[in-house]
Design a protein around this ligand. Structure first.
Ligand code: PMP
Length: 448
């Protein structure tokens, strides 16, 4: 039997090129080799993936077959979940689910186009009125994600004639927004007010001016830092921005719902919310739904409706998401919201005590355990899975190289037994793994 190349009486068709890159073209005659298909594109990507694996940075999705809650089902196993930003346990809360279902029944599943093109559905308006009332600002605008809110807003506010100053540890969406804006980007060391002031002085120098346009300076920080759980000195930053006539944008993604007398966020806690030009946040963390928002003056929101490209050129979020977020805000504003918050801080205090860690001045639901090495961090997280605890291994580029960590998050929905199981699992890993002995004892490398 002839096993060599098959001779076909046709030119090299697109199909033969696609399924068999190894062919010899003799005009009308194609020698079509039956080699396994080698796709140079995939080949290139597989090489890159190998590089990612070698650095201990490979990521893969884990399918979850249950709602986000303290217990999640992964691969048929029920695991204790210490990975979620659902701090108040609202993601599976009946009030939010019912609001989403009602919105689907009344307004349908989809939204058809962007809100400026096909009309703006009532649930989005209700959500924005709820955000503005909650945050006590003139107006608010919702986006499909917090990421989109950051990109759209920063790029609308500043451009190449301007300066943007960010804390070194801000979330990737802020870094990307700053880069994309084209503004001159300066980074200050984490929470370093002296460096921030030096950059502010520098930004005022006249030789920086490249055109006759007025130069604007935008300072951007998170209020509670997503991977460290510590907080920004917002009062001092506000004083500096006032002193140098800069604008301030604060991302309250991990603070909204948790801090301040009315749970508006850390800016409320510090009493400086009204001095911040741009308040940003997400709807997918303590608020239990998904999406992002910006709030501030009516002028800011009208400007963003006209200039924020991630808002203008993107299909509106589904009505269910907007309605769930509105219900989340109402829940947080209610007495039940205050109870949840209290419960959260109680649970956080219990876990810290079980782990023999000090309580920080301002509590945080984010407890990072820095291991450093990426591969060791993944191995430690895998070890915790054997103890039925799901704690994510956070690595570069989410944090700097060599700063890999376990990011433990506590929610109001956890129970004391869950916390004890985690503490027991960490102690066990501590005993067993050479990577971990100093994680949680002898002052360890815990950050906050
Ligand atoms: N800001 C911070 C501080 C975040 O942690 C995140 C996401 N985890 C975002 C913004 C982006 O929000 P979203 O997930 O809604 O895109």
């Amino acid at each position: 039997m002839f096993n060599g190349p098959k001779i076909t009486a046709s030119g090299p068709t697109l199909a033969s090129r696609r399924c068999s890159p190894a062919f010899l073209d003799f005009g009308l005659w194609t020698l079509d080799f039956k080699f396994p298909p080698v796709n140079p594109f995939d080949d290139e990507l597989n090489k890159r993936l190998t590089g990612i694996r070698e650095q201990g940075l490979y990521r893969q999705l884990r399918r979850v077959d249950s709602p986000q809650s303290p217990r999640i089902e992964i691969s048929g196993q029920t695991l204790l979940n210490f990975s979620s930003n659902d701090y108040l346990g609202l993601a599976d809360e009946p009030a939010l689910k019912e609001a989403a279902i009602e919105a689907v029944q009344k307004y349908g599943a989809g939204t058809g186009a962007s809100r400026l093109v096909c009309g703006s559905l009532a649930p989005h308006h209700e959500l924005e009125e709820a955000i503005a009332a909650f945050k006590k600002t003139g107006a608010a605008l919702s986006f499909s994600t917090g990421y989109a809110a950051a990109i759209g807003t920063v790029c609308a506010l500043v451009g190449k004639d301007d300066v943007i100053i960010i804390d070194k540890l801000v979330h990737a969406c802020i870094v990307d927004a700053a880069r994309l804006s084209g503004a001159k980007l300066r980074v200050f060391s984490h929470n370093d007010l002296n460096e921030l002031e030096d950059i502010l002085k520098w930004s005022r120098r006249d030789e920086l001016r490249e055109s006759h346009n007025p130069r604007h300076v935008l300072i951007l920080t998170e209020s509670v830092f997503s991977m460290d759980g510590d907080h920004a000195p917002l009062r001092e930053i506000t004083q500096l921005k006032n002193k140098y006539g800069a604008w301030l944008m604060v991302d309250e993604a991990h603070a909204t719902g948790l801090y301040g007398p009315n749970r508006r966020g850390l800016a409320e806690e510090f009493g400086i919310a009204s001095e911040i030009e741009v308040q940003m946040g997400t709807l997918g963390k303590a608020l239990g739904a998904s999406g992002g928002y910006i709030c501030g003056s009516r002028a800011l929101i009208d400007f963003l409706i006209n200039r924020a490209r991630t808002f203008i050129f993107s299909t509106a979020p589904v009505p269910a998401a907007a309605a769930a977020a509105t219900a989340g805000i109402r829940f947080v504003q209610s007495n039940a919201g205050e109870q949840r918050r209290r419960l959260l801080w109680e649970q956080v205090a219990k876990l810290l005590s079980l782990l023999k860690l000090p309580e920080p001045q301002i509590p945080s639901a984010i407890i990072p355990v820095i291991i450093g090495d990426e591969t060791q961090t993944v191995a430690t997280a895998d070890e915790l899975l054997h103890h039925h605890c799901f704690v994510p291994a956070i690595r570069y580029p989410t944090v700097a190289r060599g700063k890999a960590r376990l990011r433990i998050t506590v929610t109001a929905a956890h129970e004391l037994d869950d916390l004890k199981t985690l503490a027991g699992a960490l102690a066990n890993v501590n005993r067993k793994s050479p990577a971990a002995p100093k994680l949680l004892s002898e002052g360890g490398q815990i950050v906050n």
